[in-house]
Design a protein around this ligand. Structure first.
Ligand SMILES: [Zn+2]
Length: 333
C-alpha cells in the first residue's frame, strides 16, 4: 500500500485538508474538512461519535499539530448525524462555536438535542411509516435505529449558532459565500469561494452515488422539486473543484449535475409507472428498488426517496394522493 494512504488527512486545496472518517453504515465514510488560517482552524462537518472516527480525528489533528485551542469554530453543512455527530465533542475540547443554518439548527434541536421532542419525533416517524405502508415490525426496528443514531451524536453541544444563506465566511485564507442548497436537507449550506472556483458542496452533489432526496416527517413540501431547482442554480456556478461530504473530489461539476438530473427524470418515469394503478410508497419502492439486499435502515431511505418522487409527481398534477385507512396511496390523475 502506498505510504500516502496511511496519512490521516490530505491537502486537497491550499490550506484545506480533507479528513475521511469511517461510518458504521453501508455508506462507510464521510469527508470532513479542516481549513487553516493564521488565527486557527475551521472544522467543516464532524462524523459520528464512533470510536474509529474519533481515532481518525485524533490522528489528523496530531498530523497537523492542531491543539484543541487552535480550533476556532465548527461549521456543519447540515444536521444529518454523519455530519453533526461529533460537533459537541469538538466544542467540549476547544470551546469552539458550532454553526449551521437556522433551519438545520431547528431540525438538529428537534431531532437530536431535546428529549421531549424526540418522543414526539418518534411518534411522528411511526405515523409517517405506517402511512407509507411499512409494517409495525419494521417500524419498531427503525424506532430503535433512531435511538441508536441519537447516541452517536453525543455529547451534544451546549449551544448552536447560525449562519444565514448569503453570508460571507472567511476561512482557509479565502472568502466563501454561504449558498442555500435544499433537497437532501432543507437548510443545507454550501460554501463557495469564487476567486478559486472552489465549492464545499456538502451532500448536494456526489460522485458514484446519488444523494438521498427523501421526504421525511420533518421535510418541507416537495423536496425533490426544491432539489432540482437547486441543481439548476448550482449548475450556473463556475466550479473547478468541489469538495463533497462523501466519495471523491468533483472536477466535472456541470457534467455531474447533468447526470443527477437525468437519474431523477428516469426514476420519476419508473415511479409513475409503478404507481399509476394505485400504490403506497412501500409498494412503489419494492417495484423500483431491490429490497432483497436492504436492511430495515435502507428500506427507510428507499421509502423516503420514493415518497419524494411521488410527492413531486403529485405536485405536478400527474399523480393524485388518496387517503385510505391511514395509508396514503398514489395513483394516476
Ligand atoms: Zn452525509
Amino acid at each position: 500500500m502506498p505510504a500516502v494512504s496511511r496519512l490521516a488527512c490530505r491537502e486537497v486545496a491550499r490550506d484545506i485538508f480533507q479528513v475521511r472518517l469511517p461510518l458504521p453504515f453501508a455508506l462507510n465514510h464521510v469527508n470532513c474538512y479542516l481549513l487553516r488560517d493564521e488565527d486557527g482552524w475551521t472544522v467543516i462537518d464532524t462524523a459520528l461519535n464512533y470510536e474509529p472516527a474519533i481515532a481518525g480525528w485524533r490522528a489528523a489533528l496530531a498530523e497537523l499539530s492542531i491543539s484543541p485551542r487552535a480550533i476556532r469554530r465548527v461549521i456543519l453543512t447540515h444536521m444529518h448525524p454523519d455530519h453533526f455527530g461529533l460537533c459537541g465533542w469538538f466544542q467540549a475540547q476547544s470551546g469552539a462555536a458550532v454553526y449551521l443554518s437556522p433551519r438545520e439548527r431547528d431540525l438538529a434541536e428537534y431531532t437530536w438535542l431535546h428529549d421531549i421532542p424526540t418522543e414526539e419525533h418518534r411518534t411522528a416517524v411511526l405515523r409517517y411509516l405506517h402511512s407509507g405502508g411499512i409494517s409495525p415490525e419494521i417500524s419498531a426496528f427503525i424506532g430503535k435505529q433512531q435511538d441508536r443514531l441519537r447516541e452517536l451524536t453525543l455529547p451534544h453541544p451546549a449551544r448552536l449558532c447560525t449562519i444565514e444563506a448569503g453570508a460571507t465566511v472567511k476561512m482557509g485564507g479565502r472568502t466563501f459565500q454561504a449558498i442555500h442548497a435544499p433537497g437532501h436537507a432543507d437548510g443545507q449550506l454550501l460554501f463557495y469561494a469564487a476567486e478559486d472556483r472552489l465549492l464545499l458542496c456538502g451532500d448536494q452533489v456526489l460522485l458514484h452515488i446519488t444523494p438521498n432526496i427523501g421526504m421525511w416527517p420533518t421535510s418541507e413540501p416537495n423536496p425533490l422539486g426544491r432539489y432540482l431547482r437547486s441543481l439548476d442554480q448550482l449548475a450556473r456556478l463556475d466550479v473547478a473543484l468541489a469538495l463533497p461530504g462523501h466519495h471523491d473530489l468533483i472536477t466535472n461539476w456541470q457534467e455531474r449535475i447533468g447526470e443527477l438530473v437525468v437519474h431523477h427524470e428516469e426514476r420519476l418515469d419508473a415511479m409513475y409507472e409503478a404507481a399509476r394503478a394505485g400504490a403506497t410508497a412501500l409498494d412503489v419502492s419494492r417495484m423500483v428498488f431491490n429490497f432483497s439486499k436492504f436492511s430495515p435502515h435502507e428500506v427507510r431511505f428507499a421509502v423516503a426517496e420514493t415518497l419524494a418522487h411521488l410527492e413531486y409527481l403529485a405536485e405536478a398534477g400527474v399523480l393524485v394522493r388518496v387517503e385510505e385507512r391511514e395509508r396514503r396511496l398514489y395513483r394516476a390523475a
